[in-house]
Design a protein around this ligand. Structure first.
Ligand code: S3P
Length: 177
């Protein structure tokens, strides 16, 4: 399939889903969230999948879903889970799926936005700030490597982040933006 999808990547709390919805309005394209697609298919939350089957099982579901999405005919905006681009195989699949945009956040931004959140199993620990810093240090370069554009969203509202994405897509000559 020709690359007509838009993929939003980034750490938990970077606003992928909300920015995806904004882009959906602006570009008149449907938006999907891969965590939600997995939850719907499994009939349980990401938290329950982690608790009952473990992270490795969840990661298998993510990769399997990306393969399936390659066969979709309708173009779409996909917001993917924060861990999806970590697997090299997934970074290749994401690039095959569409234009990948990385929404970059600092650890402090993530911490502020997700303080008290109970839906992210990987941040349910004694020191979430330290965990966020450690994970971002590892993942940051992988997000960058897997993306066509990076939008620093630390100081942007969701609408501004969406406009920045559209600006990048236009500069790359994407007819749909
Ligand atoms: C994860 C991010 C989550 C979800 C799961 C694991 C991660 O998605 O896929 O909890 O490894 O960063 P969001 O980035 O949408 O929160």
């Amino acid at each position: 399939m020709k690359q007509k999808n838009i993929i939003l990547t980034g750490f938990m709390g970077s606003g992928k889903t909300s920015v995806g919805v904004r882009l959906s309005y602006r570009l008149r394209m449907p938006a999907e969230d891969t965590d939600k697609l997995i939850e719907r298919r499994e009939g349980r939350t990401v938290g329950a999948i982690f608790a009952e089957n473990g992270e490795a099982y969840f990661r298998e579901q993510e990769t399997a879903l990306l393969r399936e999405l390659l066969n979709r005919k309708q173009r779409c905006i996909f917001s993917v889970g924060g861990g999806t681009p970590v697997r090299p195989e997934n970074r290749v699949l994401l690039q095959q799926l569409g234009k990948v945009i990385y929404l970059r956040t600092r650890p402090e931004t993530v911490y502020r936005r997700l303080k008290g959140d109970t839906t992210r199993p990987l941040l349910q620990c004694r020191n979430p700030m330290k965990r966020i810093e450690e994970m971002l240090a590892v993942r940051g370069p992988l997000y960058e490597e897997g993306a066509m554009f990076t939008v620093d969203v630390n100081k942007l509202r969701q609408s501004e982040a969406a406009e920045a994405c559209i600006g990048y897509l236009r500069s790359a000559g994407c007819a749909f933006a």
